[in-house]
Design a protein around this ligand. Structure first.
Ligand SMILES: *Cc1c(COP(=O)(O)O)cnc(C)c1O
Length: 404
């Protein structure tokens, strides 16, 4: 008899967004015709940039001719995209990353989950709390999280609270982790980390032999010129960090799918190169991102492409400002929304996250995300996203202001 991976049976049911969807559809059934605005799920809404569309079309046409047709590509990505990434994302910021340290993929979600393949199941993992659920659940599936306890925590994970008191940046934990997940700008809190703050983590990881798994999916939303976009802007990070990046939020690729992971060659543990382990993992289990999609992704690095994606990011960040200003005026305490497309708002009068979610849905017809869904320290907060249309965002904020 085939046995199953019983780590899956330990995973708690009812994922955050399915519970939200359930409550929204119940509300919809009771209030037919009522216009509901979602500032909940973190998906983009604006179409792909014209320059990207043009590149996609051209690549499709290449596939129709015998001379330019492409079959399997390099598992690690085409050179034209690797070079464009190294040049525009790293060299332009004074960071030297060579193209054999970049691995193009179909998503940062899959990469940040799959990276566990190259690490021992005995490693101790530290995550922020609140956190992007992928880091937690993929480690639980691998058997690195222990048991899910009645307090809503995994027994083997180290939770690093990110609270109002610490400015939503975690403190070094008491127990030493082997793998440390960090995400800045942060989903869900919208918090950022300074170079000084990241330096503390890099030095800590190098001292203890830990590896930092750095999710920079939102780096394009940074407006403060002093904030680092990459962990590799910090000295010593090449010896202790892996970085995840994605075209999803930067260029609206959530449905088109393209991302990349950087594993520096200096990064070694137990005498083994993690770059080589990841290369081995990817070439065995992955056959590369589509040529057409990589052509589309590379187009964001043309002069015109850069302008177009910048204007979409500005559009979203203007929504973020509308949300921030509106909620602040209505008396809420809000965080984020300046260098990230997420606003992390404290619920009024210490209300529980889910109660606040229900209130905003029932009284204003606005969907948010309850902070408690991202971890115990998210209780008492709701997350709003700036990824809606400007019109819907303005209307949602007006409705919220009227009931708060
Ligand atoms: C959206 C998001 C990503 C991007 O995932 P893709 O699979 O590339 O779409 C990665 N990390 C975080 C924290 C995110 O919110």
């Amino acid at each position: 008899m085939a046995r199953i991976n019983d780590n899956f049976t330990k995973l708690p049911g009812s994922y955050l967004f399915s519970e939200i969807a359930r409550r929204v559809s119940a509300y919809r059934a009771e209030n037919p015709g009522k216009n509901i605005i979602s500032l909940g799920i973190g998906d983009v809404t604006q179409p792909l940039a014209p320059t990207v569309i043009k590149a996609l079309h051209e690549a499709v046409d290449e596939m129709s001719e015998k001379e330019t047709f492409r079959g399997y590509g390099p598992e690690r990505g085409y050179d034209f995209l690797l070079n464009a990434i190294a040049e525009n994302e790293y060299k332009a910021r004074g960071v030297d990353i060579s193209i054999d340290e970049i691995f193009v993929s179909d998503g940062a979600k899959s990469d940040s989950g799959n990276i566990g393949d190259i690490f021992s199941v005995d490693n101790i993992v530290a995550v922020c709390d609140p956190v992007y659920p992928v880091y937690v659940d993929t480690n639980a599936m691998a058997g690195r999280a222990g048991e899910f306890t009645s307090e809503g925590r995994w027994s083997k994970l180290i939770y690093m609270p990110c609270t109002e008191e610490n400015g939503f940046t975690p403190a070094i934990p008491e127990k030493t982790p082997d793998m440390i997940y960090l995400c800045f700008p942060n989903n869900p809190t919208g918090a950022t980390a300074t170079k000084e703050q990241l330096k503390v983590w890099v030095e800590y990881a190098n001292r203890n032999g830990s590896v930092i798994l750095y999710d920079a999916a939102y780096e394009a939303f940074i407006s403060d010129p002093d904030l680092p976009h990459s962990i590799f802007e910090i000295d010593g990070a090449r010896e202790c960090a892996i970085e995840f990046r994605s075209f999803s939020k930067t260029a609206g690729f959530t449905g088109t799918r393209c991302a990349y992971t950087v594993v520096p060659k200096e990064l070694k543990r137990e005498g083994m190169s993690l770059n080589q382990l990841w290369a081995r993992r990817q070439s065995t289990k992955f056959n590369g991102a589509p040529y057409i999609v990589q052509k589309g992704a590379a187009a964001i690095y043309t002069e015109q492409g850069k302008k177009e994606i910048r204007s979409v990011i500005d559009y979203y960040m203007n929504n973020a400002k509308v949300i921030r200003d509106g909620l602040t005026k209505a008396g809420l305490t809000v965080y984020g929304g300046v260098n990230a497309p997420y606003i992390w708002a404290k619920t009024p009068d210490g209300m529980k996250s889910w109660d606040c979610f229900d209130k905003l849905l029932k009284e204003a017809g606005v969907v948010t995300t309850p902070g408690a869904g991202f971890g115990p320290s998210g209780e008492g907060y709701i997350r709003l996203t700036a990824f809606g249309s400007a019109e819907a965002t303005a209307e949602a904020v007006e409705r919220l202001a009227n009931i708060l």
